[in-house]
Every structure is written in C-alpha cells, then in structure tokens.
Design a protein around this ligand. Sequence first.
Ligand code: SDX
Length: 428
Amino acid sequence: MAKETLTIKDNRTEQEYEVPIWEDTIPAMELRQIKVNEGDFGMMSFDPGFKNTATTESTITLVDGANGILRYRGYPIDQLCEKSDSFESAYLIQYGELPTKEEYDKWVGDLKARASLPENFKAFFKAFEKDGHPMGKFIASVAALGTFNPTGSDIENVANRVEHVQRLFASAPTLAAYSYRNSQDLPYVEPDPELSYAGNFLKMMFADKDGNYELNPALEEALDILFILHMDHEQNCGTNAMRSIGSSHVDPYSAMAGAAAALYGPLHGGANEAVLRMLTKIGDVSNIPAFLEGVKAGKEKLMGFGHRVYKNYDPRARIIKSHADEVFKIAGANPLLDIALELEKIALNEDYFAKRKLYPNVDFYSGMIYQALGIPRAMFTVMFAIPRSIGWLAQWQELLNDPLQKIARPRQVYLGEGERSYKEIEQR
Ligand code: SDX
C-alpha cells in the first residue's frame, strides 16, 4: 500500500524529509523542518493571492472549476434554483440540511422578525451624499448596524451568533432598499412579512410613496434565483476577508462590512456593474472586434469573463443567461443583451480566451437582469452582497467552530533594506 507521504529532498543539504499528505495537501508547517542551518527559521510556501493554498477545510460549498459544478451542501445549484427559494437555500447554507416544514416556518418567522431597522437608524442614511455609491453606503450601514446590536460581540454564545446571523441576512435587503429610497427622496417602506425574500426587497425598493406595489411573480422568481445563485462560493475574496477579519473574534457586523468592502472591487463583485459600463462603451456589435483587440493587447479586461476557479463555463452564468429572456419578455428587451451574446460568441472562439480558459462568469449577464428589474447600475454589487451575506456568515461560523483555525497572520519574504542608522535631514 503506497504511503500517504511526500518525500522532499533538500539538494542543498542532501537531507530528506517525509511529509504527511492529507486530502491531497501537505501541512505547510511541515516545511519549517527544512533548514540549512539549525538556527534557521525553516522553509515556508510562497503563494501570492492564494493561487494554490487551502486556508481551511469546509463542508458548505463545492466549486469544481474544471467541470463547472457548484453545490451548496451537496445540492446542485440548478436544482436549488429550480425547486428552492432564498429562505430555504439560506437555511441549507446555515444549517447544512434542507429544513422540514416546521423548521422552514420557524426560520422564516425568525428572519421576518429581524428585517426591520431601528427607528433612529433611518436618520443614518440622511448623512450620505444622495449620489454617493450604494456599496459605500451598504458597507458603512452594515458596520453601523452592529453598534445597534452590541451583543454581536459575544461570539462564543452560539444561540446569540445565530440571532445576529438572522438579523444580518434579514436586514441586508432593508439596508439596501432604505439607502436607495433615501437617494430618491422617497419615504421608507417597512418590510412586508407577507412577501418572499425577493418580493419584500422589490416592494421596499419600488413601492410608491403610499407603499403600494404590484409584484410581478415572474420578476420576483427571477430575482429569487439570482439571490440563490449568489449566496456562497467557497473561499472567494470576500469570504476570505470575512474569515480573516472574523479570525480576530470581532463581531459579525464588522466582519461582514469588511467582506462587503472586498466584494466591492471591480475584480470581484464590482464586475457586474463594470460589465454594463463595458457593454455601454462598446455600444454596438460592430465595435466588438476592435474592443477585443484592445483586450488581447492587454489594454483592458473583458469584464464578466474569467475566474480563479472556473476554467469552464460558470454554471451560474448559464442559469442567469437562461432566465434573461423570460425577464426581458416582461421588462422589455435590453439592447445590451445582443452585444453581450455576440461578445460571448466571438470571445469563446478567440484563441486568447480559449488558451487562458476564460469563460463568462456570474457577473457577465446578471447586471442586465438587475437593469431590467429597474435596479440602478450603481446598486448591482449591493444586489450581490445581499444574498452573499448568508454565505459569509455561514463561513464565519464554520471558522469559529473549527479547532484548527487561529487568527489569520500570513508570513512574508522580506527583501527590503538591511539595518541602517537614522540620518538627520541636513545629511540626506
Ligand atoms: C467573482 O472567486 C470567486 O469565487 C469570485 C466569485 C464569487 O462568487 O465570489 O465567483 C465572483 O468575483 C467573479 C469574477 C468577477 N470579475 C470579473 O469578471 C473581472 C474580470 N476577470 C478578471 O479580472 C479575472 O479573470 C479574475 C480576477 C476573475 C481572476 O483572475 P486570476 O485568477 O488572478 O487570473 P489572472 O488575472 O492571473 O489571469 C490569467 C490570464 C492573464 O493573462 P496572462 O498574464 O496569462 O497573459 O488571463 C488574463 C490575464 O490577463 N485574463 C483576462 C481576464 N481575466 C484573466 N484577460 C482579459 N479579460 C479578463 N477578464
């Protein structure tokens, strides 16, 4: 029986080391025994951007990049989009199993009881510039919500943790909608406990000044699917931020504000907004060849394309694309869709993209559906953050329950100056 070990030979010393293999990884700390001199610190791995480093074990989400597979707790994402809803999928991500009817009703009741914001929190949004970016407002309001919930810092208390997980997932749509209503000088609309997670959000966003709103079930269903698709994605940049910040044992509101800040970047969740800017700039299918020449020349990126893990079509992009037509039938065709479809068709036949295994990712088509739902472009990343809150929070709890986890504190390779003495300014 072959041994589950790696034998490493250090040719500098002719010394051999036997290192255990676990789940096709080696414990990085095992490298520290590899030294030239006894007093050496020992060897480390070097991996900018964690391109080949697992930072945790997890049971929440599987992303199989080679085969374009995404599963939450083992359930394929396409089945959840077809059969589940945002509340139920959030329960699955939180607890690891699909709920019984009784568990579902209690979960939904607990969430709806925590969807409203404290009365004087509403004044908070008035402090913002009306046209300030909604992600900046979302990040700030998540952290501010923590100041209204001081028991959030009692992270050792599991029941208390779940209370704040529910409050954050339940009130994320409310924070987003209130921020939008304030920017439009519209009165706030209280969460409606009769509606679904997606339906309640649409009503809080678009109800008239008397709170009246006619929900279109097909658009509600499309948004519910988008929410499910965005809930978790294993150790992405935002989740890594959530875990890194959470590893200091800070409260979940502060950790989630940091995760949302990471998501805001155009290389991450900010890409959905950047895709619409890109498509608008291209303006017409006739301009696609020239645009792609610029991309291949490295002058710009094809936003919504490429992924660190998916080296195949992002299954979420496929599902979103399949629902786009239904939405546009109701909300009206989006001229940018033709550009996006043609851009995808041409790009997927270009060697530059094929060689680099660059395919459409979750952000390539999602913005067009948000636009069709009437969501302002600047809010697209907020639309990503709302459902991703349950993924961040489930990963945060997994971190706290993992005995192997410690405060995140990576090492470095120092290549700076050696010791030198201070010089007075006159001598510089
Ligand atoms: C999300 O990690 C997750 O799971 C994230 C996410 C989630 O659910 O949390 O899936 C959400 O963030 C999706 C990604 C959204 N971002 C974008 O669409 C922005 C455009 N994409 C790229 O910036 C890029 O593809 C990344 C950031 C997504 C991935 O970057 P990597 O893995 O670090 O890859 P890389 O930058 O090293 O690229 C490898 C090569 C390079 O070319 P060479 O240097 O080898 O010549 O591919 C090129 C890159 O220049 N490349 C692109 C490109 N993406 C990569 N070239 C043009 N356009 C692109 N979009």
